[in-house]
Design a protein around this ligand. Structure first.
Ligand code: VG1
Ligand code: CO
Length: 544
């Protein structure tokens, strides 16, 4: 007989989900009752766990294994009938999304702080995905937060830990626990979308690739799919074993944190194709021999060429990008005659459009791209689509990019992050800018004339829900744009993100160095925001 306990507990401050679930310092999550309160808040927010089925897994970071055992015992005590949990507690975010949909479960719990570093002194996170496979929308995350303020106790089974090291069936009380292979269902899904035969032939012909899994969850997926199934040589996947602290790095696939891969790709012995993924496997970075592809450009190229892969040969319903993402894909959508949507930052805003069949591909400038095959961004999916396109076009990444810019023009783009800014200073900068917005139009800064400015407000085209204050946009004459917003995934102070974009025409020079191409927009927005005076800095910590 399993014994159930009811543990009395008090509210914690700030258990408010951000851009992607609740993300805090690991030690915060490790406090007695902290994780438990949030888990109970989730169960309450979705009308309880009784009789329901869930998927459970994470990116393997420190505290993943402990948190999984706690959630299993709480699920049993909440009357859940079945949980599918990844072997060793591992599941990538896109794999969870797929398993929720495939098994028609009532949702899933994902333990990850994504691209944030891991370890006892770093970050941990938890997010809940709904039965459509996507991140809980704002209405539900708001309800979770309300619950964290009011609950006074949570139930938990007093039971031994489940052995997650082997695939198999277990139970806690009446609840069934299935420990499943994390990769196989996901790999099967990829095979339905892409021409594996063509990609196999590409590798057989000597095409070379390096995929940097960054010591995070994608390692097992990339090895199984790229090496075992598609025949990329052993050693093509780097840093493939998930580590609790990502071997001390940030599992963030960008030129800063994946520098060794980018350096290799720019060197004399570069392979033809390079890619990297983040902590939980939903982001991707694409690098060709001698050329870094910005995520916004990658999105545009995938939209323009998706029909070359079997899963998309019928064409795309539409495309959506987050507001700060460059407008490169809008030009492609216009040519294809499909709808293009602009949403707030965070994958949860794509869910309704995907469910309604309005869009097929979505993307964010932060290295997230995905499609209607799941309801999350999907790192390996993007890599496989690129490989399928390369196999069909028989061109290098550099040639594909050159052709793309010649057809559509180029959106030079970079994101500048100012990290650990005092919260008050960051808020003041945003407030001041907002106050000054109406007066900016018509004025010039560093030779850049402001033609429009707005605080982005989103009305969901499907359910009409409204999201206010989703960032500030300043448009300059000559198709330049600067966007400012504060991060919703950081765990220390505020992170100010400044997104810079400058479009140049088809017949302009497409080979200018990116930061140089953006210098005028940068100088103008720095003057407008008085960034040096307000936060004491005018050079970012990270440029992507
Ligand atoms: C960041 C990115 C955003 C992304 C989010 C979650 O959010 O900018 O595009 O959706 O992380 O990605 P923010 O609020 O810090 O800018 V992940 O890979 O953490 O799940
Ligand atoms: Co992620």
């Amino acid at each position: 007989m399993t014994n159930f306990l009811n543990v009395a507990c008090k509210p914690f401050e700030g258990q408010k989900p951000g851009t992607s679930g609740l993300r805090k310092k690991t030690r915060v999550f490790m406090q007695a009752d902290y994780l438990e309160r949030f888990v109970q808040a989730i169960f309450n927010a979705i009308g309880g766990g009784s009789g329901k089925t869930f998927v459970l897994g994470g990116d393997g970071r420190f505290f993943n294994a402990t948190a999984i055992q706690k959630i299993l015992k709480m699920a049993a005590a909440n009357g859940v009938s079945r949980v599918l949990v990844g072997q060793d507690g591992l599941l990538s975010t896109p794999a969870v999304s797929h398993l929720i949909r495939l098994n028609e479960t009532d949702g899933g719990f994902i333990l990850s702080a994504s691209h944030n570093p891991g370890g006892i002194d770093q970050d941990f996170g938890l997010k809940f995905n709904t039965p459509n496979g996507g991140p809980a929308p704002e209405g539900i995350t708001a309800e979770m937060y309300d619950q964290t303020l009011t609950i006074s106790s949570y139930p938990i089974a007093d039971a031994p830990d489940i052995d997650l090291s082997k695939v198999g069936e277990h139970a806690i009380g009446d609840m069934q626990v299935d420990v499943i292979d994390p990769v196989s269902a996901y790999s099967d899904l990829m095979e339905t979308l892409f021409d594996f035969g063509k990609i196999r032939a590409l590798f057989a012909s000597g095409f070379s690739l390096r995929f940097d899994a960054m010591h995070a969850v994608t390692g097992p997926y990339a090895r199984a799919i790229l090496q075992v199934c598609l025949g990329a040589p052993e050693g093509s996947v780097l840093n493939a074993i998930p580590s609790e602290d990502f071997c001390g790095g940030h599992p963030d696939p960008n030129p800063v944190w994946a520098k060794p891969l980018v350096d290799l790709m720019m060197s004399g012995n570069a392979p033809e194709f390079g890619a990297a993924s983040d902590g939980d496997g939903d982001r991707n970075m694409i690098v060709g021999r001698g050329i870094y592809v910005t995520p916004s450009d990658s999105l545009a190229v995938l939209v323009a060429n998706a029909h070359l892969a079997p899963g998309y040969k019928a064409g795309l319903a539409g495309v959506a990008r987050s507001m700060p993402t460059s407008r490169a894909c809008d030009r492609v959508a216009e040519k294809l005659g499909i709808e293009a949507f602009e949403t707030p930052t965070g994958w949860k805003f794509f869910g309704n459009l995907l469910d309604a069949g309005r869009v097929t591909i979505c993307g964010e400038e932060s290295a997230g791209t995905g499609s209607s095959h799941v309801r999350e961004k999907d790192g390996l999916w993007a890599v496989l689509l690129w490989l399928n396109i390369i196999a069909e076009r028989g061109q290098s990444v550099a040639e594909i990019m050159t052709d793309h810019w010649q057809e559509f023009g180029r959106n030079y783009y970079s994101r500048h992050d100012y990290e650990a800014v005092p919260v008050e200073a960051a808020n003041q900068l945003m407030r001041e800018l907002e106050t000054n917005l109406p007066g900016l139009v018509g004025e010039s800064f560093f030779g850049m004339q402001v033609v429009a400015s707005e605080t982005f407000r989103y009305v969901d085209p499907v359910d009409q829900s409204v999201s206010e204050n989703q960032g500030i946009i300043v448009h300059f004459k000559g198709q330049g744009r600067a966007v400012l917003r504060l991060s919703g995934t950081g765990t220390e102070g505020a992170t100010l993100r400044i997104y810079l974009e400058q479009y140049v025409d088809r017949d302009a020079d497409h080979s200018v160095e990116t930061q140089a191409a953006l210098q005028a927009v940068k100088s103008a927005i720095h003057e407008i925001t008085r960034i040096q005076a307000l936060i004491g800095r005018d050079e970012p910590d990270v440029m992507t």
